[in-house]
Design a protein around this ligand. Structure first.
Ligand code: NAD
Length: 307
């Protein structure tokens, strides 16, 4: 049931993440006009109470707050510059881009939108599809503090940790630093598992031991079992992480910061994607080691009974 006291919303980009986030907004009573280039995605949200739009321009035309959740920088720029946000969103509105995109492009868009009296916030997220489904995302927000305070209630519907981290682009900067740490850590887990496997130790036991000490990490805990089992199917996709790592390296180049570990792990992701792993979860990075070491099954374990 729509609550007319709440701000009118638009939501653009109803993929794996966006459809869950938009659904929560509808559920708590916001009137949400939705658009995606996939009419099936729009139809599915309309079935849940959103209002279907046939274009970005139509979706944002009377929106007080518009949210985008799109693949990458070019899609956000298209939606802002060419498809309607800049030319059709009412002045005094707030445009929140929650995709993971370039901080530099974000700053440029924020300036262009401010010339039309539209505030832009960058609010990328961490927590993946499960966080989106459970409204438990961590949202890091860059942009004008006053606009953040006006939009905070809406953001709180989608996430449980919502933090203003600074000026336009700061949310994307923090998100890309987050991705750097995740990717380098996944690489470390892959290397340890590959070495342990080649040496014949019990990988499940090794993981348990590492989780009890200073080598413990979210990646080892959450992705380790799937790596060991060779299950590459679900989770944050290899091609999305590769996209994020390229954004990290672009930002590093702009700031003259050498990132040797990030450069190395980016090559591993390129290798994974070249072998058809782009749609697999990040645990598929371990399959690079299957190929590099010629192993894809555990060797007989040291001390294990030999038949
Ligand atoms: P997705 O590919 O599942 O969804 C993107 C949606 O945008 C699709 O439905 C697509 O049809 C739509 N789209 C593309 N171009 C469009 C356009 N010009 N106009 C309107 N709609 C358009 O991607 P996702 O997994 O939902 O990720 C979205 C963003 O969130 C990405 O930047 C990603 O890096 C980030 N992110 C994803 C995850 C994750 O686990 N999937 C986690 C954190 C952050």
């Amino acid at each position: 049931m729509t609550d007319s006291n709440l701000p009118r919303l638009a939501f653009i980009g109803l993929g794996v993440m966006g459809r869950e986030m938009a659904r929560h907004l509808v559920t708590v009573g916001y009137r949400v006009r939705v658009f995606d280039i996939s009419s099936d995605a729009v139809g599915a949200l309309a079935d849940q109470g959103a209002i279907a739009s046939e274009s970005v321009a139509e979706a944002v035309a009377d929106a007080e707050i518009a949210v985008s959740m799109l693949p990458n920088t070019p899609q956000v720029e298209e939606v802002v510059y060419r498809n309607g946000v800049l030319d059709h969103m009412p002045s005094e509105g707030i445009f929140i881009d929650m995709s993971t995109i370039s901080p530099e492009a974000t700053r440029v868009m924020a300036v262009s939108l401010s010339e039309k009296s539209i505030s832009m916030l960058d609010g990328p997220v961490s927590g993946g599809p499960i966080g989106a489904k459970n409204a438990a995302l961590s949202i890091m927000v860059g942009g004008d503090r006053f606009a953040f305070e006006r939009a905070e209630t809406v953001l709180n519907v989608m996430g449980n940790t919502v933090t203003h981290v600074g000026a336009p682009g700061a949310g994307q900067t923090v998100k890309l630093c987050n991705q750097l740490v995740c990717a380098v850590n996944i690489q470390a887990v892959c290397e340890a598992l590959a070495l342990g496997r080649a040496s014949g130790v019990d990988l499940d036991q090794m993981r348990d031991v590492l989780l009890g000490g200073s080598a413990s990490s979210w990646m080892l805990e959450k992705l380790g079992p799937a790596m060991i089992a060779g299950d590459a199917s679900a989770g944050f996709r290899i091609d999305l992480m590769l996209k994020d790592l390229r954004l990290v390296l672009e930002m590093a180049g702009q700031n003259d910061v050498p990132l040797p570990a990030t450069s190395l792990v980016t090559s591993q992701y390129v290798e994974a994607r070249a072998h058809g792993e782009g749609s697999n979860g990040n645990q598929a990075l371990f399959r690079v080691y299957d190929r590099m070491t010629g192993q894809n099954v555990a060797r007989p374990k040291i001390g294990a009974a030999q038949s």
